[in-house]
Design a protein around this ligand. Structure first.
Ligand code: ZN
Length: 122
């Protein structure tokens, strides 16, 4: 809950490093794309979001639940984040983009991450 919302969080840096190691170039946080994807691959029309489990309410994840205390504040706020994510991803897909969401809790194994990113981008 003390996590700070930032454009350059550590999970994002991990994903960027793995993508670079695979040899793909990317653009960061392009404002002309819905949701300003963390990584965008214009030639391939592919976009990657790196989502914090709390802020983006990862379903079935330990971190992806609103806090019990102060829930009148948190629940609608987090719900809006989830809805915004859905709208943005749909807008990208409607424009012919493929999207991949990498959750913070999925960054544990870099080998798995490399496989996943390689499959998505390849
Ligand atoms: Zn998670």
């Amino acid at each position: 809950m003390s996590k700070i919302r930032s454009g350059h969080t550590k999970p994002e840096l991990i994903v960027r490093r793995v993508v670079r190691s695979l040899g793909y170039g990317y653009r960061l946080h392009r404002r002309d794309l819905p949701g300003k994807p963390d990584l965008a691959f214009f030639g391939r029309r592919k976009a990657i979001f790196v989502h914090g489990c709390f802020w983006h309410q990862h379903a079935d994840c330990r971190e992806g639940r609103p806090p019990r205390s102060n829930s009148d504040y948190w629940t609608p706020k987090l719900q809006r984040n989830v809805q915004r994510d859905q709208v943005n991803i749909k807008a990208l897909q409607d424009a012919g983009w493929q999207t991949l969401v990498i959750w913070e809790c999925e960054l544990g194994s870099e080998d798995q991450l490399r496989d996943r990113l390689g499959q998505f981008l390849g």
